[in-house]
Ligand binder design. Structure first.
Ligand SMILES: C[S@@+](CC[C@H](N)C(=O)[O-])C[C@H]1O[C@@H](n2cnc3c(N)ncnc32)[C@H](O)[C@@H]1O
Length: 266
């Protein structure tokens, strides 16, 4: 079995229980030292064969798979393996070669950055959609023309931008192009090596992000969250927890204390 396991953002206790179990049972582990801190390998057996994928090609990775046809293999990817992890081409190889495989999900850096910032990405009346994207840069050919940061900026949705810290001035300019729903004051959170021992969080704005990110020295391993939701909750509450709203599990309550008076009563 080849298990594509999400390591989570970096802290060894942010991998899932299933991911840790797969690592503990693995005969062979391929992991990217540039993206996954070595601490994650504490879940592995001491005698597991380890390969750092940092300098490997897809061919080299698949050659390891081919060399161990009957082993338990873990390919450890950062965050959640279904996001920017190039597992599609590895799964295609598994299918071509009749190899059993599975995906074990992980906590994405998007979730970890939102948690560190203490914010909800979907706030009623402000943003109910999250766009996960990246800037077209070094690997421009991967980016379909119809998917551009400026097109998504027009929606005003919360945006999670991966793989783009090296071009933050370009990113900031695109976020403010004509038609954008964002303004120079729109909040931005930049998480750098979130959940690593040296994690950093920067709160800035679209207008100031380029200068602030350069000043902070964030390069690789930085995740941007952008949008009005990052400013926090407004007075508008969710429907589902409003006393006046009927759900499948609870009738509306006509005569009820407000949240403020509940709080006032302790
Ligand atoms: C190859 S992509 C992998 C994304 C990963 N699959 C995920 O779900 O987070 C690497 C990019 O993810 C983001 N990233 C991954 N781990 C991070 C972390 N601990 N802190 C901040 N950003 C991170 C950065 O944008 C980085 O450039």
């Amino acid at each position: 079995m080849i298990s594509f396991v999400g390591a989570g953002p970096g802290a060894p206790d942010l991998i899932t229980l299933r991911g840790a179990q797969r690592l503990a049972a693995a005969d062979v582990v391929i992991w990217a030292a540039s993206l996954v801190p070595e601490g994650l390998l504490q879940h592995c057996r001491r005698d597991a064969i380890r390969h750092d994928s940092k300098t490997m090609t897809l061919e080299a990775v698949c050659a390891v798979y081919a060399t161990h046809p009957d082993s338990a293999i873990v390919r450890l990817h950062s965050g959640d393996p279904t996001l920017y992890s190039a597992i599609g081409e590895q799964i295609a190889w598994c299918r071509q070669h009749g190899r059993d495989h599975e995906i074990v999900p992980g906590v994405s850096s998007m979730n970890a950055t939102a948690a560190l910032a203490g914010c909800e990405l979907t706030i009623p009346g402000v943003a109910q959609s999250v766009v996960l994207t990246r800037l077209a840069s070094g690997t421009r050919a991967s980016m379909p023309d119809r998917e551009s940061v400026q097109a998504y900026a027009a929606t005003g949705a919360t945006m999670a931008v991966f793989l783009s810290a090296g071009h933050v001035d370009d990113l900031a300019a695109r976020l403010l192009e004509s038609g954008s729903a964002y303004s120079a004051d729109t909040p931005v959170v930049a998480g750098h090596r979130v959940s690593w021992p040296d994690e950093q969080l920067l709160r800035t704005t679209v207008g100031a992000m380029a200068a602030d990110v350069y000043a902070a020295g964030f390069e690789a391993t930085t995740l941007f969250l952008i949008g009005p939701a990052l400013a926090g909750a407004t007075d508008q509450r969710s429907h589902v927890y409003a006393p006046s709203y009927t759900t499948r599990f609870r009738p509306a309550i006509d005569d009820h204390p407000t949240v403020t008076s509940v709080a006032a009563h302790g």
